[in-house]
Ligand binder design. Structure first.
Ligand code: NAP
Length: 307
């Protein structure tokens, strides 16, 4: 029986692990299918406080893990397949084996939706990105493309005009689901170009190791062509990793955990941290802060029960 199991090993999970481990709770951290979370997919991180020269995303998250292990956190590789949160102790099934715990911190994150292009995964961190806030700075004076027609795409395109020479929004339809105000803001921005009714078919150049262009197809005419760009930003939504918790805790229509104040979920003793609940900020530092909140709440919950 564990005092606390933490699901997820990104910024939120690792910070929750540091705090609960230092409180002597010997947390078990489940790494999940994306160990290290979103940070493990980025290159240089320049906005995490404390690193004036910047730090590589994977290194930052590895250092957090080491810090948690130093205080007694235990990490296991594995994926949570099922959870039973209807009774105490809580139970989670990890790779076929049930584990019991008094408190549970869900920090399983939200995965960026990718297009599934032949070369996409090979160029992530080398011109293909799902986070303008993280990577926009590296595209000063460059040609940038943003894919998507929602609020995220508008927000990211607008933000990226601070850096890029041009920002081209590519959307698969003629109509946008983005809110009017966000759309109007982009329409008024002279640096933004528009390509509608077009889908991305592939991104080049894997051999060079950086992005040089994107193959597009007009869905109405079937015409294909290569648009030269230096950076491809995808803003086609995120998928919260909450599948094992469906029917166990309150989730919203998109599958994000509904917060019941602070780090609390609808089930007392089960706490949330990071992108699995946050669809707005999604930053390493906000996830870390949320991990700290969840840890403090778990600690207090256990203390009130006399553990
Ligand atoms: P979203 O609203 O689901 O929009 C995703 C966009 O990506 C849609 O335009 C969709 O096209 C497109 N898309 C999805 N899959 C695609 C594919 N395989 N190929 C090409 N295009 C694809 O997601 P979001 O923009 O991330 O927003 C999520 C939520 O957060 C929304 O509720 C949004 O309002 C909110 N949000 C708010 C703000 C703000 O207010 N500041 C900022 C960001 C996000 P279709 O339109 O054709 O389906």
């Amino acid at each position: 029986m564990r005092n606390v199991i933490i699901i997820g090993s990104g910024c939120a999970g690792n910070t929750a692990a540091i705090y609960t481990a230092r409180a002597g709770l010997k947390p078990l951290v489940v790494s999940g299918h994306e160990p290290g979370g979103q940070l493990s997919l980025t290159t240089e991180v320049e906005n995490f406080p404390g690193f004036p020269e910047g730090i590589q995303g994977p290194e930052l998250v590895e250092r957090m893990k080491k810090q948690a292990e130093r205080f007694g956190a235990e990490y296991i590789h594995g994926v949570v397949e099922e959870a039973d949160l209807k009774q105490r102790p809580f139970r989670v099934r990890i790779d076929g084996q049930w584990h019991e715990c008094r408190t549970l911190i869900i920090a399983s994150g939200a995965s960026a939706r990718w297009l599934g292009l032949p070369n996409e995964q090979k160029l992530i961190g080398h011109g293909v990105s799902s986070c303008a806030t993280c990577d926009g700075f590296f595209y000063k004076g460059k040609k940038i493309m943003v894919v998507g027609g929602g609020d995220s795409a508008m927000e990211e395109a607008n933000f990226l005009t601070r850096f890029g020479e041009t920002v081209t929004i590519v959307h698969r339809r003629d109509e946008f689901r983005a809110s009017k105000i966000m759309l109007e803001r982009c329409r008024a921005n002279p640096k933004i170009r528009w390509i509608t009714s077009a889908v991305v078919e592939d991104v080049y150049d894997v051999e060079k190791g950086y992005v040089t262009g994107v193959k597009l197809r007009n869905v109405k005419t079937g015409e294909t062509w290569v648009e030269p760009v230096d950076g491809l930003f995808l803003a086609i939504g995120h998928i919260p990793n909450t599948k094992p918790f469906v029917g166990q805790i309150e989730l919203d229509a998109d599958g994000y955990i509904v917060s019941h104040g602070g780090a609390r979920t609808s089930v007392p003793g089960v706490f949330h941290a990071g992108d699995v609940q946050d669809r707005v900020y999604r930053q390493a530092i906000t996830a870390a802060g949320a991990g700290c909140m969840a840890a403090i709440e778990a600690e207090r919950f256990l203390e009130a029960e006399g553990h």
